[in-house]
Design a protein around this ligand. Sequence first.
Ligand SMILES: [Zn+2]
Length: 295
Amino acid sequence: MKKALLFLVILCIANLSYAQRDFSKVEIKAEKITDNIYTLFGSGGNIGVFVGKEQVLMIDDQFAPLSEKIIAAIQEISDKPIHYLVNTHWHGDHTGGNENLAKHGATIVAHANVHKRMSEEQKRPFGRTTPAAPEIARPKITFSDELTFQMDDEQIMLIHVDNAHTDGDTWVYFVQSNVLHMGDTYFNGRFPYIDLGSGGSVTGVLAALNQALTLVDEETVIIPGHGKLSNRKELRAYRNMLGTLHERVRLAIEAEKSLEEIKAANLTEGYESYDGGFISADKIVDIIYTDLSRE
Ligand SMILES: [Zn+2]
C-alpha cells in the first residue's frame, strides 16, 4: 500500500513538472545542412526545414509553447510561407505545435496511423493518457507506404517503416541533397525509447535501422529524432548496439532468467556511453524484455 502511494506521489510530481515545464528559456538553434535544408534544435524532436523557391516544408514541430520561436527561426532562413508540415509520428514532442502551425497556414502530412492515434485518446506509460488532438491539429493528408513531394529540383520522399518506434513512423529522404530525417527510429548516441503501446517493436526498429543502412551512403547527412546530426558510421554503431542488447536479453530469457536477474546482469556492458538520456540502461533492458516476452 505504502509503495503504491509513493508511486502515485512520484507520478503526480512527474505530471506536474511536465505541465509546468518552463519553455521560456528554450532557444531554437538552426544548423545549416545544405543551401536549402536546415535542422532546428530546441526542446523535443529535431525539426527539419526545406526551403523551396516558393514555399517551406518542415518536419516535426516540438511543443506548442515553442511555436512562435520556431516560426521566427524559420522566418530568419526564408520569407516564404510554411506550406507543409510533416509529422514523423504522433508523439507530443514532435506534434505539439501542430495546431499553431495549422493556424499559421501549414498543411499537415503524416502516416495514416498518426491521424488515427491523434483522433483518439491514447494510453501512455504509467497510466497516463493523451487526449485526442483537436481536429485542426490532425494530419490533413495521409498515406500508407510512400508519398513523394516534387519541390523545385528536389524529390522529397516520405517513407513509412512498419512497427518500429510506433506504428506510424515516417522517414523523410531528400534524394538529391542526400539528407535523411529518421524521426525517433534513431536516437543518436542514446538508448532508444520504443513505444510498445503505440505499435512499436524492437525487431521493427532493428529492421528499420538495417533498411536505413542500405538507403544511406557515407555522404548522407542523417537527422535523428533526438541528438546531434549523424552519419552512416554512427548509425551502424547504433544498430549494432541495439542488435547486441536484443540478442543478450533474448539469450537470458532463453536461460529462464527473471527480469530482476536480467537487470542485475549488466547486459548493457560496453554501451555505457548510450546511458544518461531519457532511457536508462535498466529501461532499455525492460523494453526489450517486455517486447520479447509478448512474442
Ligand atoms: Zn517519439
